[in-house]
Structure formats: structure tokens, C-alpha cells
Design a protein around this ligand. Structure first.
Ligand code: HEC
Length: 109
């Protein structure tokens, strides 16, 4: 009984430590019909740039080039539900799914 409890506690501690598991994009999830100008810019401006604009010390994601440069990190943060900060439901919303599908493409356009 005691051992079982410690085991469950250990699992809880491991799974609540978000940084230990990195979500990675899979090219097969790419939706190439999505473009920065047609939809992604609005999604990112609405959900991210308030905290991640020019001058942010936590990362500036206000342009296509900046998103491309940090693509793997951005995908990981969104897919794990860590970002947008305080909104873990975003990743399963329509906008969240579009953003993940776009970030899964090898070249962002
Ligand atoms: C309410 C403010 C807020 C919002 C909204 C927000 N973030 Fe963050 N973000 C932060 C803070 C603060 C950090 C620094 C780490 C931490 O505190 O978790 C961070 C860290 C990050 C990082 C890791 C830092 C790096 O340089 O790689 C990424 C990637 C990221 N955010 C992406 C996003 C994306 C994408 C969105 C929108 C879908 C978003 N964030 C929305 C506040 C926010």
C-alpha cells in the first residue's frame, strides 16, 4: 500500500513537470493551405503578441521570420498546453489546431 502510494506520487510529480516532455511537430500534420497572412497572423496577434511583442524578454513572436526561427519551441509550448500562458484549452480550439497544423509544415509561409 505504501509502495503503491509512493509510485502514484512519483508519476504525478513526473507528469506535472511539463518541461521533461517536449512535444514535437510531425510533418504529416502540416496543413499547407494555411498561411501567415491569411489566418495565422491574426491568431498569433490575438493570442500571443500581447505578451510576446517586440521588446518582450520571453520571446518576440510578432513576425513570420521570428516564428520560423523558433518554430520547434513554439510548437512544443502550444501543443503541451503551456502557451498561451493560463489557457491550456487553446491547443484543442479551432485556432489552436490551425496554429499547430501550420507549425508542422517544414517551411512556414
Ligand atoms: C499572458 C502572457 C502570455 C501569453 C498570452 C503567451 N505567452 Fe508565451 N510566455 C509567457 C511568459 C511569461 C513566458 C516565459 C516562461 C514562463 O513564464 O512560462 C513565455 C514563454 C514562451 C515560450 C518559451 C520562450 C522561448 O523564448 O522559446 C514560447 C515558445 C511561448 N511562450 C510561446 C507562446 C505562444 C505561441 C503564445 C500564443 C499561442 C504565447 N506564448 C502566449 C507569457 C505569455
Amino acid at each position: 500500500m505504501k509502495i503503491k502510494f509512493v509510485g502514484i506520487l512519483g508519476l504525478f510529480v513526473l507528469s506535472s513537470c511539463g518541461q521533461s516532455k517536449k512535444e514535437t511537430a510531425s510533418a504529416s500534420d502540416c496543413d499547407s493551405t494555411l498561411t501567415y497572412d491569411s489566418s495565422i497572423k491574426t491568431i498569433v496577434n490575438t493570442n500571443c503578441v500581447g505578451c510576446h511583442g517586440a521588446g518582450s524578454s520571453n520571446g518576440n513572436f510578432s513576425t513570420l521570420a521570428l516564428l520560423q526561427a523558433d518554430k520547434a519551441d513554439v510548437y512544443s509550448e502550444v501543443a503541451s498546453g503551456s502557451m498561451p500562458k493560463g489557457n491550456s484549452a487553446f491547443k484543442d480550439s479551432a485556432d489552436g489546431r490551425s496554429l499547430k497544423a501550420w507549425l508542422s509544415c517544414s517551411t512556414l509561409k
